[in-house]
Design a protein around this ligand. Structure first.
Ligand code: SF4
Ligand code: SF4
Length: 407
């Protein structure tokens, strides 16, 4: 362990992890905030140097420091690019936790908004009010909120106990038809499924992003208790899946480590069972695949999406090496200008892919990315929606909100 002098505010980061950056800069082209601003302070290397300044050199965690940290999308695109294996996500989560504990970030309104996520009825009621407000044009466009459903289909009901289906908070309130499509594909693959009770209301990912780790731990314990046994836990939201797979680290108990080992992204699980799915009557039109950061950089499970989508349609790749789209959980609402500038790069990559292939639909396995891109007018769907539609017309039994457009 490297000995460093104590600063006025201890971030509590692991000194060895903080020291592991050799400042080579190879991560810079993979950082969306550096790509759109060119500012060193808004790069992984610059942020690590700022963390060292506070933890080792006694620098003040001033407004500039907070700005460097708050503008990070937490996409972790810098991690796979780093030859030294710097665990940037952990460093950023630790820094955010220290700042939130010191009340330098995560204001009261944000804590209240996040608290709602653990209360499904309240979240659904609030979503309906927001949807009505949208119809009355009372929601500012700059917030980038896409059209929300006023009505939603009934909740998915379990059929057995081969696997658990995690339904989550925003995903269930805003994109429930995707849960029906997921359930249909699991059934087609020959498995029964259980749906956890209300204790599994929210995975806690947005709480960790905001530095509210104790709130995340409370939610994680409830999720863990809601899905006992050893059946796989299937997740169709990349951000939630990454969080559930990290419970072992977050809670640091043998039970949480065991639980995390059971978690699978739905595409990981389906990719091993493609031979059990029916063949499509005719192949769907080619689709462009957008990799959510928490699937590609964190779970490193983006290839199975191609296998599953490839069962019904040809896959068209983007040429931007998996650069973030700027959604980042609540990032689009908190940093709208940066989120929009980052998204512009993704839109340009989508346009290049469209010109190359003629494909017009994009698939994305994360609700945040899908909603962020849809808000810019992209025709974006969840991969399981596309595949289930192609195989069985699940879209007909799980109707979308009239006028809400395709997802
Ligand atoms: S985080 Fe890794 S890639 Fe980036 S500057 Fe440090 S050592 Fe180099
Ligand atoms: S997590 Fe993403 S936004 Fe943050 S420093 Fe790494 S690459 Fe940049």
């Amino acid at each position: 362990m490297i000995e460093m002098p104590a600063g006025p505010m201890q971030l509590g980061l692991d000194d060895g992890e903080l020291a592991s950056c050799v400042a080579c800069g190879l991560c810079l082209p993979h950082c969306p905030t550096f790509r759109v601003t060119g500012e060193e302070g808004l790069s992984p290397r610059g942020r690590i140097d700022a963390m060292r300044g506070v933890q080792w050199r006694g620098a003040d965690a001033d407004a500039e420091f907070v700005h460097f940290m708050e503008t990070c999308v937490q996409c972790r695109g810098c991690e796979p690019a780093c030859p030294s294996g710097v665990p940037f996500g952990r460093l950023m989560e630790g820094t955010r936790a220290a700042l939130a504990t010191a009340k330098r970030t995560a204001p009261r309104w944000q804590r209240l908004a996040l608290a709602v996520l653990g209360h499904p009825r309240l979240l659904r009621a609030g979503s309906t009010v927001l949807a009505l407000a949208q119809r009355l044009h009372a929601v500012p466009r700059r917030l980038g909120v896409p059209p929300l459903p006023i009505r939603r289909p009934p909740a998915v009901r379990g059929t057995g106990d081969d696997v658990w289906l995690f339904t989550g908070c925003v995903m269930d309130a805003w994109l429930r038809p995707t849960h029906h499509a997921t359930a249909a594909l699991v059934e087609m693959a020959g498995a029964t499924y259980a749906v956890p009770d209300a204790r599994a209301a929210c995975c806690g990912a947005l709480h960790v992003h905001a530095g509210l780790e104790e709130g995340a731990r409370r939610l994680a314990r409830r999720v863990l208790a809601s899905m006992p046994g050893d059946a796989p836990v299937l997740v169709n939201s990349a951000g939630c899946g990454a969080m559930l797979k990290d419970y072992g680290h977050l809670l640091d108990t043998p039970e949480s480590v065991q639980f995390s080992a059971r978690v699978r992204d739905i595409h990981e699980w389906l990719a091993g069972r493609l031979d059990r799915l029916p063949q499509p009557g005719r192949r769907a039109d080619p689709v462009i695949v957008q990799d959510p950061c928490h699937l590609r950089h964190v779970q490193r499970a983006h290839e199975p999406v191609r296998a599953v989508v490839g069962h019904v349609a040809d896959v068209v790749e983007l040429d931007d090496d998996g650069l973030c789209c700027g959604a980042g959980g609540a990032y689009a609402a908190q940093q709208p200008e940066l989120a929009s500038a980052i998204r512009d790069r993704k839109l340009a990559a989508i346009e290049r892919a469209r010109r190359r292939s003629g494909a017009t639909t994009v698939v994305s396995a994360n609700p945040g990315c899908a909603l962020h891109l849809a808000a810019a007018g992209v025709d974006v769907r969840h991969p399981v929606d596309l595949v289930a539609d192609a195989l069985s017309g699940v879209g007909r039994v799980s109707p979308r909100e009239p006028g809400s457009g395709r997802r």
